[in-house]
Design a protein around this ligand. Structure first.
Ligand code: G6P
Length: 468
């Protein structure tokens, strides 16, 4: 067994595997490595196991900093970073996970021209297999007899099946944080690949999803593609990750957030309502149609001119892919166009921020009168759950029916079809004019539903179910 960075061999009883790990490293010009701990549900969920437990988080080195950390043997106890060769990782991560699997589950292809599954695709698929095999081997080497292994997401869809072959004694769970494609769309994939992906996940004892809808879609794919007995050896679970209220409320009241609120108030101007969105600039987030809807609101209901500001925070994501860079540029272009059409000396209709700043996101959450969450499709969408928890004066939530969060929050939100720009503009108007008492009542209900399953409980539930 290989030693961990602290030098001691270990046999973990609880293991987590994900492409992106809880910590990342950057390499400074002076050769210094700086580490940064990431946020997110999985990180806070995992901390629920406590430090006494023998846990290991296996992840991939992503950038140059991470690779250098692995080379130097720098690391955190409880984290094993795999330095999978860069070409393999790039082909698996960008070429398959982000360009194929993400597109399939979020219905993102422009089908007259794509996808095209040719020889190049097959080579990238082999890289995806190698990358998954590296994870399976690392987990097999490190897991104690009968250990629980929780594998995360579409990057690692083959791991459960591979690990099952190496270590039949383990309890293996897989969690999909994305939606699952409807069967007709899933079958865009070559038949052998579709079957291989399903068998990979069905190597787990439990295969889990964020909502019943995605779980059912998976079940239907399995039965239709692999046959009526496909689900015999695997339980399907649903665990709807919620917002971490205690963390958010405390974090949102620190001085750096107050500072950002003051700066934003300056940009908004006096006596104006705010429509807030905070996203990674993800093709599935539908930021462009959100801006089109806002433009339509200003065109068709001139009474809102000078009286509302759209705070749109669109943080860069997956910029290695040209289609993401183009989309990011389109968001900026359209925001500029709306400002050119309507802006005045004292009023900027769209305030767009593209530099990731968590304190500023929380500041916007607190100031929100309306939250706009209109994804084309989304596994859950935690922003929809976080804003009602944090907003100071209560906010109306305009929510896509295609977000997983809609299953829990839909009753108290204003529901939109994400493709319907006119409908979204109307929904923004309804949200902006919602009577105060109604808004307060709904915000209370949203916050309650949003925090029903906090990250720690979400994680422990899975662990208990896996061991049962
Ligand atoms: C979103 C999805 C997760 C996924 C992650 C990967 O947050 O909800 O399911 O794991 O993207 O993002 P990355 O930046 O690592 O490509």
């Amino acid at each position: 067994m290989a030693p961990d960075p602290s030098g001691t061999p270990r046999a973990a009883t609880v293991l987590v595997a994900s492409n992106r790990g809880p910590v990342s490293y950057t390499l400074g010009d002076d050769g210094e490595l700086t580490s940064r701990r990431g946020g997110g549900g999985l990180v806070s969920g995992l901390s629920a196991i406590g430090s006494g437990a023998d846990t290991l988080w296996v992840c991939s080195a992503l950038g140059e900093g991470d690779r250098e950390a692995v080379r130097r043997g720098v690391g955190e106890p409880g984290v094993l970073m795999l330095a999978i060769d860069e070409e393999t990782h790039t082909a698996a991560y960008n070429g398959i996970a982000n360009s194929v699997l993400w597109f399939i589950h979020h219905l993102l292809y422009q089908t007259p021209l794509e996808p095209v599954f040719d020889d190049g695709f097959r080579r990238r698929w082999e890289a995806y297999e190698r990358y998954n095999a590296s994870f399976a081997r690392a987990l097999a080497d490190r897991a104690a007899t009968g250990a629980a292994v929780l594998v995360q997401d579409y990057h690692l869809a083959l791991v459960p099946g591979l690990l099952r072959q190496l270590r039949p004694d383990l309890r293996i769970g897989h969690f999909s944080h994305t939606p699952w494609a409807p069967v007709d769309y899933f079958r865009l994939l070559p038949d052998d690949i579709a079957a291989q992906l399903l068998r990979g996940l069905l190597g787990a004892d439990r295969t889990c999803f964020l909502t019943r809808r995605w779980a059912d879609a998976f079940g239907e794919c399995a039965v239709r593609i692999l046959g009526p007995d496909a689900l015999a050896g695997t339980r399907i679970g649903v665990h709807g990750l919620g917002a971490d209220a205690a963390f958010l409320k405390e974090r949102a009241h620190r001085p750096d957030v107050a500072e950002r609120m003051a700066a934003l108030r300056e940009q908004i101007g006096p006596d104006r309502k705010t429509i807030v969105r905070v996203d990674r600039t993800e093709l599935s987030k539908n930021i462009v149609r959100g801006l089109l809807a806002y433009r339509q609101l200003l065109r068709t209901r001139p009474e809102w001119r000078e009286r509302v500001v759209h705070l749109a925070f669109a943080y860069p994501s997956r910029q290695d892919l040209a289609v993401y860079r183009d989309y990011t540029a389109e968001v900026a272009r359209l925001a500029g166009e709306v400002n050119d059409e309507f802006g005045t000396d004292g009023w900027t209709p769209v305030v767009l921020h593209v530099r990731d700043d968590f304190a500023r996101s929380l500041a916007a959450y607190r100031l929100a009168d309306v939250a706009l969450v209109n994804p084309i499709r989304d596994g859950m969408n935690l922003v929809a759950k976080e804003i009602p928890v944090v907003s100071d004066a209560g906010c109306a939530l305009v929510l896509s029916r295609e977000a997983g969060a809609h299953e829990e929050l839909g009753e108290y939100a204003i529901t939109v079809n994400p493709y319907d720009v006119t409908g979204t503009a109307d929904a923004l108007h309804t949200a902006l004019t919602m009577p105060e008492a109604e808004r307060t009542r709904r915000t209370g209900e949203l916050a309650r539903a949003a925090t029903a399953l906090p990250p720690s409980r979400w994680f422990l539930d899975q662990l208990e179910a896996l061991r049962a």
